[in-house]
Design a protein around this ligand. Sequence first.
Ligand SMILES: Nc1nc2c(ncn2[C@@H]2O[C@H](COP(=O)(O)OP(=O)(O)OP(=O)(O)O)[C@@H](O)[C@H]2O)c(=O)[nH]1
Length: 613
Amino acid sequence: MPKQPNILQPLATPAERIRNFCIIAHIDHGKSTLADRMLQLTGSVEDRVMRAQYLDKMDLERERGITIKSQAVRMPWHVNEEDFILNMIDTPGHVDFSYEVSRSLAACEGAVLLVDAAQGIEAQTLANLYLAIENDLEIIPVLNKIDLPAADPERYAEEIAGLIGGDPEDVLRVSGKTGMGVEALLDRIVDRIPAPKGDRDASARAMIFDSVYDTYRGVVTYVRVVDGEIRAGEKIQMISTGANHELLELGVSSPEPKKAKGLAVGEVGYLITGVKDVRQSKVGDTVTNATKPATEGLPGYVEPKPMVFSGLYPIEAGDYTDLREALDKLKLEDAALNYEPETSVALGFGFRVGFLGLLHLEIITERLSREFDLDIITTAPSVTYDAVTEDGVTHHVTNPSEFPEGKISEVREPIVRASILVPKEYIGKVMELCESRRGSLISMEYLSEERVELRYTLPLGEIVFDFFDQLKSRTQGYASLDYEPIGDQADDLVKVDILLQGEKVDAFSAIVHRDSAYSYGTMMAERLRKLIPRQQFEVPIQAAIGARIIARETIRAIRKDVLAKCYGGDISRKRKLLEKQKEGKKRMKMVGRVEVPQKAFIAALSGDVEEKK
Ligand SMILES: Nc1nc2c(ncn2[C@@H]2O[C@H](COP(=O)(O)OP(=O)(O)OP(=O)(O)O)[C@@H](O)[C@H]2O)c(=O)[nH]1
């Protein structure tokens, strides 16, 4: 008798036995813990080797408890006498990575909507739910953490049913921690989520939903096959660039990588082509067979676009080359990271770096310090402005110091639509904050008796700074925020320069609304007055819009004579003091005639200001 193909093996699994799903949840609602239980229950990971948050491979992720990179896992599940393959696609939870989230969702037919039974729906639950609905996914609502004493499943089941329709009784109740209800959830995934559909005889079309750089294996590209099949050993083509690549390895993660003969319609797996850089294998792109390429890519491909820019400078000038090398390395694994060299009077040689958002910035700077042991200073994050000069030319400004001089007819800035969820008693405080940041209210909607969703349009430049911290502190941590860019808009924006004895200090230039120009100018001038040591002459510190001075502080003159103290004393002590002064000078930057310790610049940027002695 011919041997039956084992349908649990890749390439042999018929599409109708596959279920592709993801888990969407707000941060900390227990996605990773639930994924761990699923791995255990399906026998994908033995109890012996199970460790908490198995799928969060990066140390930094585990420590911060956030998921940065999505991964896919293939798990067998047996129900009603039949074998199935469940592909769980992990999605990053944060707004900065929403494009990656949308691609992960597009690789699935269904989504488990996971909500903490003690917290209820939060902003990221909603944002991801909307994305899942846009992608036509079947939604399976689930309340998690029902083992918690504070859990209130009845109340939140109502809230969820009110949001997505259906019966509150239909909302599953599980505990990722104890494993309660998780088997029933796996059964329901098989039952409710549609099997993938595709044309097995067509040229291959597989969507890249993740691309990860691995030091040992090079770039590992995760794909979901939509049509046709990809076989090990063949040549593949990237549709966006037309580039052909040799397929060195193909396989599935179960969850450890396992080589396979191929991937057919509906399957999820990884490809290794030997490319060195994730830019050659971009999220959203379509992979096809090089010999019989599909003519059209799958819809939805977008180039990642940096939204927030900041200058990164080594604190020790000698670390510049190390910083460049570190950025070059990070770029291999991060297609959204962009940078170019930049010099600043105040901070020396560094880089202008583009990020997807603030969390992205934070992750990169933290990795530079932890993994590369670099001490760096970042300038205040800024967005991209379009400044139109009177001659009709548009200047794309990612660094305030590049803002064009002379008459400007219009300045446009990026705008986002923000959704903020808060308990109703904080509505007033949130509105106050949004209004102080030039927000305009679009709508206000009660999700339940307690909770409200406020929608605002806000300039991105107003929220990149400390908006989230402000929001949290005004609502005792209860508010959650999500936003998406919706284009740009003109406003009365000006560049404020800070001058030391008439010389501009580039690192402190900022583009702000005219109404905030004065407060920005006085704040920076005051900080610098406190931080810069007295010189042998008087030093004016000014804030200016163009040629117009809007604020002024003065550092009074002093004659700093180090030798005065040892008048008549012994010569070796005098020499020592002179040496010491020379040492100190090395760390000084000259702005015109003014000597400024680099420390002062750093402190002024970070707001860490103590009055000098
Ligand atoms: N009591 C209880 N705690 C849980 C349960 N599931 C998760 N937790 C805890 O909730 C916290 C967050 O869980 P994670 O699994 O890290 O949450 P996550 O949603 O993956 O978080 P992100 O990756 O940051 O989005 C951890 O401290 C878990 O131990 C549960 O069912 N019951």
